[in-house]
Write a protein that binds this ligand. Structure first.
Ligand SMILES: Cc1cc2nc3c(=O)[nH]c(=O)nc-3n(C[C@H](O)[C@H](O)[C@H](O)COP(=O)(O)OP(=O)(O)OC[C@H]3O[C@@H](n4cnc5c(N)ncnc54)[C@H](O)[C@@H]3O)c2cc1C
Length: 94
């Protein structure tokens, strides 16, 4: 512990095998009613909100319906890909 008595940082351990992004993109494109974007420009655009934090996503999915969102999460789970929901991207918390 540091002199300021701060808690030790939480270090993420390995969370499993790397995601096969090509297979993930192909499955999402085939099964999800919506936009599936794995290009660098879209990933850069969705790498931040209104804060200074930057985290480049594996890919971006814009589902057209609730069912499409459910299917996108199912595909991500099958491929071991983490999912982060996004609204207007105006959060200041990163
Ligand atoms: C200029 C400015 C002024 C602001 N003023 C205020 C203010 O007065 N009061 C205030 O409270 N906030 C304020 N904010 C912060 C921000 O607008 C709010 O936090 C807002 O609620 C974020 O909504 P969003 O849709 O943009 O969320 P995003 O930034 O897209 O996401 C924010 C969080 O919500 C999660 N999330 C988004 N959509 C979903 C979903 N459908 N299901 C599950 N989780 C989801 C995301 O994963 C993320 O963790 C301000 C921001 C800016 C840039």
């Amino acid at each position: 512990m540091s002199g300021l008595d701060l808690p030790d940082p939480v270090v993420r351990h390995d969370v499993g095998p790397p995601v096969d992004t090509e297979a993930l993109a192909a499955a999402l494109t085939e099964r999800v009613d919506g936009e599936v974007r794995f290009d660098a420009g879209s990933r850069a655009a969705y790498s931040t909100d209104a804060s200074n934090f930057r985290q480049t996503p594996i890919g971006v999915v814009v589902p057209r319906t609730v069912d499409a969102a459910v299917e996108a999460v199912a595909v991500a789970r099958e491929h071991g890909a983490p999912v982060l929901s996004r609204g207007g991207g105006t959060s200041l918390a990163g």
